[in-house]
Design a binder for this molecule. Structure first.
Ligand code: AMP
Length: 633
C-alpha cells in the first residue's frame, strides 16, 4: 500500500500522471487525447476526447466476468418485497427501460426527471438514461410540488418518470397528485410522464398524460439498446442542491471523470472489491445515493443493496439482520441513522451475525463523538467518517482504507483525500490558516475528476458562487468552517453560509423563509438551524405577523403555527418542517437590514450572541429570548 503522504502529494503535484493511471479502471471506447484541459479556469475538463458510457462500465462490462452475480438486491420493509437482479438481469431491465424511453423520444442530451421512491425501477431509469446519453435529474421523493415545479422549469425535461406512491414508516405517500400540481405550476410542459404503478396508492390519479410502464416494458421485453459513446465531458446528470438563495443549484456532473473518480474511490477509500456486497442506506434523491447506491458499487463489480424503509421498522434490528442475511461487507449511512439506532435495545445488534461486515462508513453531517464511540464499540469494526458534498460527488476527507490506513481521531473525518488540494484559509485575508486556526475549507484548482463541472446552464453562477468568495484567492469554497491539526486532520465546524443540515439533508434557511413568507399572515421571517440531539440540526422559525392583533389568543397562535408548518410541508416537503414557529414583534437585524441569523441561532442553543455593534434594535434579541423561554418552560 502506498504511504498516504506520497500518494496525496503525487495526486496534487502531477494530476495528469496520477489520473492517467486511474483512468485505466474503466473502459474507454475511444481513448482520450488529453488527461486534463486547464485552459479555461475554474473549469476543468478531464479525459478530453475520450469516449465512454457510465451504463456500459457499470453493467455491460461485467457481463463477461460476473453474469450470474447479484448486481442489485432490493429490500422493502414497507411492502415486504425483496428482489434480486444478477448483472444479466439488471442489463435486461435497463435495456427494456431504455427502449421504452427511446420510444418516447428520449435521446442523447435530453433531460429526464426522475421522481421515484426507492424501487428498482429508479436504478433502471437512471442507468437507462446513462445508456442513451440522456441526462437524469433525480428529485428526492420527499420534496413537494413547488420544489418539483422549480426543477422541471430549470431542467426542462422531455420525460418525467414517477410512481403511483412511495411509502415511509408504514405511511403511503401519493406521488401522482404532487406531479399533477407541479405540472400545473411549471411553465415547461414535458411531453410525457411515465408511471411505475406499484399499486400502492389507494386512489391513483387518472390523468390522460400518465403512461403506464408495465405494458411498454412487455412490448420491449427483448429489446437491446446500444450504449451511446459520450465524450468524457458531456453531462451525465444534474442534481439540485440547496444554497443560500431560494433557487436551488443544478450540480452538473460529467461522464468520464465521474466514472474514474468513483471506481478509484471504491479501491482507495472504501476498499470495496469485486464480488463484495455494499449496503448504502441513503436515498437515490441524494448524492450519496447516486454515487454509492448506484454508480460506484456497480462500476467496481460489487452487489449493491437498495433499501426502502426506516432503520427501526419492524424493529431496530432490521439493518443488522440484512447484514447477516446478505453477507454485507460494507455499510454506509448517515450519523442520524446511528443516533436513531442507539436509542434501540442494544441486544438487537448482538442478535445478528455481523462477521461479514468489514467497515461502516458515515457521512452527510458531523459525526459526534458519543455516537462514533457507541457504534464503534458495539460493532467492533472500523467506523469511517467521510466528509463531502453534492458538488464533489465523492469524499474530500476520510481515513482512506485502501491507502495507508492512518489512525482515526474522534471528531475528525480525517485527512484530505488524494486529488483534493484542500486548504483552510482565513475568511478575511485569504491567507492559509496555521494549525489550530479556524478557517474556510477550500479546494485549489483544478477540482479532481468527478466533481461538479458547472451549474446547469449557468456557468456564471458556478464562478460567482463557488470561486469568488475568498479574498485574494481563486479557490473553490466548500462553505464549511474547519480547523486542521498538525497531523493534517480536519474537524468540521459548521457552515459559513445559511445552509442547515437536518438529519443529513441539506436545506437553505432562505428556502424555508420563502415558504413561510408565502403565508398571508406573515410579514417577516427568520429561520435558523439549531443543534438537535437526534437530527444534528432542526429548523426554528421566528415570524413577525402582519396583524398580530388578529392572533391574540393562545389558541389562535397555535392554529396559526400549525398552519404555517403545513405551508412548509406543502411547499418544500416534511423534511424542511420547522420544529417550532415563534411569533415575535420584531426580528434582530443590522442597521443595513441584514438578518442576524447567527445571533438568533446562538440564543436558541443557549449561547450568548456576543457583541453586535451593528444591531438596529437590541430589544429584538430580548423578543427572541422570551419566545425561546416560553418554548423551554
Ligand atoms: P450535501 O451536499 O447535502 O451532501 O451536504 C454537504 C454538507 O454536509 C457539507 O458541506 C457539510 O456541511 C456537511 N457534511 C457532509 N459530510 C460531513 C461530515 N462527515 N462531517 C461534517 N459535516 C459533513
Amino acid at each position: 500500500m502506498p504511504s498516504y503522504r506520497d500518494f496525496h502529494r503525487r495526486s496534487i503535484e502531477d494530476p495528469e500522471a496520477f489520473w492517467r493511471e486511474e483512468a485505466k479502471r474503466i473502459h474507454w471506447e475511444t481513448p482520450f487525447d488529453t488527461v486534463l484541459d486547464r485552459s479555461n479556469p475554474p473549469f476543468a475538463r478531464w479525459f478530453v476526447g475520450g469516449r465512454t458510457n457510465l451504463c456500459h462500465n457499470a453493467v455491460d462490462r461485467h457481463l463477461a466476468d460476473r453474469p450470474q452475480q447479484n448486481a442489485l438486491i432490493y429490500v422493502s420493509t414497507e411492502t415486504g418485497i425483496e428482489r434480486r437482479y444478477t448483472y444479466t438481469e439488471l442489463h435486461a431491465e435497463i435495456n427494456r427501460m431504455a427502449a421504452v424511453m427511446r420510444s418516447l423520444g428520449v435521446k442523447r442530451g435530453d433531460r429526464v426527471l426522475i421522481y421515484l421512491p426507492m424501487i428498482p425501477e429508479a436504478v433502471f431509469a437512471m442507468l437507462a438514461c446513462a445508456r442513451l446519453g440522456a441526462i437524469h435529474s433525480v428529485v428526492f421523493g420527499g420534496f413537494a410540488a413547488p420544489n418539483l415545479a422549480a426543477r422541471i422549469d430549470d431542467a426542462q425535461p422531455v420525460l418525467i418518470v414517477t410512481a403511483d406512491a412511495g411509502a415511509r414508516g408504514g405511511k403511503v405517500i401519493d406521488y401522482t397528485p404532487l406531479v399533477d400540481e407541479a405540472l400545473a405550476r411549471a411553465t415547461h410542459k414535458p411531453p410525457h410522464v411515465l408511471l411505475i404503478d406499484r399499486q400502492l396508492a389507494p386512489e391513483r390519479l387518472n390523468a390522460s398524460y400518465l403512461i403506464d410502464y408495465e405494458p411498454l416494458r412487455e412490448q420491449f421485453f427483448d429489446a437491446h439498446v446500444p450504449c451511446e459513446w459520450l465524450e468524457s465531458n458531456e453531462p451525465s446528470y444534474v442534481l439540485y442542491t440547496s444554497g443560500t438563495t431560494g433557487r436551488p443549484k443544478g450540480v452538473q456532473r460529467d461522464v468520464g471523470g465521474y466514472a474514474v473518480a468513483l471506481a478509484a474511490s471504491m479501491k482507495y477509500i472504501f476498499e470495496g472489491r469485486p464480488g463484495d456486497t455494499m449496503f448504502t442506506a441513503s436515498d437515490i434523491g441524494w448524492v450519496v445515493g447516486h454515487s454509492y447506491i448506484i454508480y460506484a458499487p456497480l462500476l467496481a463489480g460489487l452487489t449493491t443493496v437498495m433499501y426502502e424503509g426506516t432503520p427501526v421498522r419492524p424493529d431496530g434490528g432490521v439493518w443488522w439482520r440484512l447484514v447477516e442475511h446478505h453477507r454485507i461487507n460494507l455499510m454506509f449511512t448517515a450519523p442520524t441513522a446511528i443516533r436513531v439506532l442507539k436509542k434501540q435495545d442494544p441486544a438487537l445488534l448482538k442478535q445478528s451475525d455481523l462477521s461479514s461486515l468489514r467497515t461502516l462508513f458515515l457521512a452527510g453531517e458531523p459525526l459526534d463523538e458519543p455516537t462514533a464511540s457507541w457504534i464503534g464499540d458495539a460493532l467492533g469494526k472500523p467506523i469511517v467518517d467521510n466528509y463531502w458534498q453534492t458538488e464533489t460527488g465523492w469524499p474530500m476527507l476520510a481515513i482512506q482504507r485502501g491507502v495507508e490506513v492512518l489512525p482515526p481521531k474522534l471528531g475528525s473525518p480525517g485527512v484530505p483525500v488524494y486529488g483534493y488540494d484542500l486548504t483552510l484559509l482565513n475568511e478575511d485575508t485569504g491567507e492559509p490558516c496555521a494549525p489550530g486556526e479556524k478557517g474556510v475549507i477550500t479546494l485549489g484548482y483544478p477540482l479532481p475528476p468527478g466533481c461538479m463541472a458547472t451549474v446547469w446552464h449557468d456557468d456564471a453562477r458556478f464562478i460567482d458562487t463557488y470561486w469568488s468568495s475568498v479574498p485574494n484567492q481563486h479557490v473553490y469554497s466548500t462553505f464549511d468552517w474547519g480547523v486542521q491539526d498538525e497531523d493534517g486532520y480536519v474537524t468540521i465546524l459548521g457552515r459559513t453560509d445559511d445552509v442547515i443540515n437536518i438529519a443529513g439533508h441539506r436545506l437553505g434557511t432562505r428556502e424555508i423563509e420563502e415558504a413561510l413568507s408565502s403565508h398571508t399572515a406573515v410579514a417577516e421571517v427568520a429561520v435558523v438551524g439549531v443543534a438537535d440531539a437526534l437530527k444534528g440540526q432542526v429548523a426554528l422559525a421566528f415570524v413577525v405577523l402582519r396583524d398580530a392583533g388578529g392572533y391574540a389568543t393562545d389558541e389562535a397562535r397555535r392554529t396559526l403555527e400549525t398552519d404555517l408548518v403545513k405551508t412548509v410541508d406543502r411547499q418544500l416537503g416534511a423534511i424542511a418542517r420547522p420544529a417550532r414557529v415563534h411569533v415575535v414583534a420584531i426580528l434582530p437585524k443590522t442597521r443595513s437590514g441584514k438578518l442576524l441569523r447567527r445571533a438568533i441561532a446562538a440564543l436558541a442553543e443557549g449561547r450568548e450572541p456576543g457583541d453586535l455593534p451593528t444591531i438596529e434594535d437590541p430589544a429584538a434579541l430580548q423578543q427572541v429570548r422570551e419566545a425561546l423561554d416560553t418554548q423551554r418552560s
